[in-house]
Design a protein around this ligand. Structure first.
Ligand code: ZN
Length: 155
């Protein structure tokens, strides 16, 4: 890593602190050449996880896709401003990734990832969870929506 100010590679770590259940670490770094101080964040990645699509196709887990789907379900909330929705979506995405890492999941079906995401959103943002669910699922009656959602929440 090089200094963002002078590009020197003479960098030392002055301080570090873990966060979010030890899946992230912040480091305060100092450049020995120009004394510039900057912070870096190291976080565990879930990008090694493979997502199996409905048609059997395999794809690499994409943080940005999960984030986008959560963000979309949050922004329609009339009490949520855009800034809050982005950081909330970021937190929820992180929670899901941490869960997958913690459970040592290497392969997950899209369907199961959607259920997991729904459950995690539903804990604090039930209305966003419903929007999220509707975006990914189609049923022919309200009672079927309720039945399927109850099934997911019962796990
Ligand atoms: Zn420097």
């Amino acid at each position: 890593m090089n200094c963002p100010f002078c590009n020197s590679d003479q960098i030392v770590v002055r301080n570090s602190r873990p966060s979010r259940k030890n899946t992230q670490i912040w480091r305060r770094r100092q450049c020995l050449t120009c004394n510039g101080i900057f912070t870096t964040r190291e976080k565990m990645t879930a990008s090694f996880i493979v997502v199996e699509k409905k048609d059997g196709h395999h794809m690499q887990f994409a943080h940005s896709k999960l984030f986008a789907s959560i963000y979309r379900s949050l922004i329609e909330h009339k009490y949520n401003d855009f800034g809050n929705s982005a950081s909330t979506a970021q937190d929820l995405t992180q929670k899901i990734e941490e869960f997958l890492i913690y459970k040592k999941i290497k392969l997950i079906k899209t369907k199961d990832l959607c259920k997991l995401t729904f459950r995690i959103i539903a804990k604090n943002y039930p209305d966003a969870a419903i929007r999220y669910y509707i975006y990914f699922n189609h049923h022919s009656s309200v009672s079927e929506y309720l039945r399927q959602i109850k099934k997911i929440l019962a796990v």
